[in-house]
Write a new protein. Structure first.
Length: 213
């Protein structure tokens, strides 16, 4: 288990007994140059604040970054960030510094968030900073809910198909633009609204209970 997935009782913002509807969440998504952890670089960050189940549209963040390296052509077809867009992007260190106020006191939420955390931590390390917020993966939470719900013969199929587009259909969320960091963060925030409701129906009411999942 990643060390940042554990609650920090010494920080009042992350107290185990905090009700889920009182937690400040930062829902985020990133795009990066490739899946190769040795050489990938951050290309864009999208994030939006939630207070419990409420999405704060006025507290959102989006930056396109200049990674300082050539971006593989196949990746451009996925994230649609052209060399021209990236040349005019922000320096990664400056963008991450601007993100800091939103990170403070926030539980991080993302879909397959492990990949987002790895690239953010990698970029932060170059500036001597770290990231130790608790984090929640919406794909993992959805799978947990499936396993604790009513058994169906196609359960294995549903456990395997948990991409953001598929879950958007399942939870009746509009989903138009994949692989745009802010658009995907907003869809993930709406998904998290739905999952919070399902978690409370399953008796999960506090941050500590959530992180134990």
């Amino acid at each position: 288990m990643f060390r940042w997935l554990k609650a920090r009782p010494h920080n009042p913002a992350f107290h185990n007994e905090t009700p889920l509807h009182s937690v400040r969440y930062l829902v985020l998504d990133t795009e990066f140059t490739s899946l190769d952890q040795r050489s990938n670089r951050l290309l864009s960050i999208g994030a939006i604040v939630m207070q419990g189940p409420k999405i704060h549209l006025g507290e959102q963040f989006y930056r396109v970054l200049n990674p300082g390296v050539e971006v593989p052509s196949p990746g451009v077809l996925v994230h649609k960030l052209r060399p021209h867009d990236l040349r005019n992007g922000d320096a990664p260190a400056a963008a991450l510094q601007d993100l800091r106020p939103l990170l403070a006191g926030s539980v991080l939420v993302g879909h397959f968030i492990k990949m987002d955390l790895e690239i953010l931590i990698k970029e932060l390390r170059t500036t001597g900073q770290t990231l130790d917020n608790p984090a929640v993966d919406t794909a993992h939470i959805h799978r947990w809910l499936l396993r604790h719900g009513r058994y169906t013969e196609d359960l294995h199929h549903h456990l395997e198909n948990v991409d953001l587009g598929t879950l958007s259909k399942r939870y009746k969320i509009d989903f138009h633009e994949a692989h745009h960091a802010l658009a995907d963060a907003f869809v993930t925030a709406r998904l998290w609204q739905k999952l919070l409701h399902e978690l409370e129906a399953q008796g999960v009411h506090t941050l500590g209970e959530l992180l134990r999942i």
